[in-house]
Design a protein around this ligand. Sequence first.
Ligand code: PSU
Ligand code: MN
Length: 331
Amino acid sequence: MASSSSSSSSALYRISNLQNHISPLEATNKLRSIVKISPQVSEALSNGRAVVALESTIISHGMPYPQNLQTAKEVESIVRENGAVPATIAILNGVPCIGLNEEELERLASLGKSVQKTAGRDIAYVVATRGNGATTVSATLFFASMVGIQVFVTGGIGGVHRHANQTMDISSDLTALGRTPIAVISAGVKSILDIPKTLEYLETQEVYVAAYKSDEFPAFFTEKSGCKAPSRVDSPEDYANKKLNRQAGILFAVPIPKQHSAAGNLIESATQRALTEAREQNVTGNAETPFLLARVNELTGGTSLAANIALVKNNALIGSQIAVALSQLTG
Ligand code: PSU
Ligand code: MN
């Protein structure tokens, strides 16, 4: 009893040290001093080689074990095959890690949802309590930008939830994108979210949004969302050139490969059902996205997971090409 209360008060002390009683700049420097960068990522960054950041919530909360581990490894291989260095980001025993080794990746994947889903606002808590944290897009952006990574690949970003006018549920991914000059490669935004409102919010946050080889913004499982993309890019080099002129966040939306978009309608109807169930079971807040992803996968008999894996790998391919094109322009 005594030891647990003293450990929780020392955890609180560490949080206040990280967050409240020192300036934001000091807090960032403190975090910087405890971040562990893998030797490969560190070497690439100091030599101006292409590095691609990868988030870890998609591993712990976005996919079941062992497909999550398999996908994480394959995504890293695709990045390497295309001339860039992968940097999967997570917090392990309170240490923010930029670049995981095989054992660390395995640990994260097998711990699954028992790892804390860590958005930007949760970083200090997870570090101070020496927890394991899987970083969402917002937290991954924070660490990637801290070490100077310019490109970040994921599956789908968080956005404005349906019924946000009642719940106010708007992912911090969007505000993080607005202030972090990193290119995020995603397959657009899932239809579990309100796509038109998400695009409006991205505009408010001054995020540059482009679709790859398409005039329409993609909806993750399907190539089209019914929303026009704010702009269009037709090659990684074209994109790299545009990126150089920007100081705010960038969302680069790559449509799912054709052969995997066929199941789009099936997945859409499962999504509608899962959304109704979430309402009925009162699933809200940061539990909503993982609930919907898992339920849609069950309802589609694994079809949505296969499509999810395919699009993440495709994003890794395009993202690596962008990272290489960028490093050639700047390096
Ligand atoms: N969308 C997906 N798969 C995911 C996520 C979103 O298709 O794994 C994860 C990402 O890590 C994203 C986070 O940053 O969910 C957003 O969560 P929230 O909606 O609670 O902000
Ligand atoms: Mn939310």
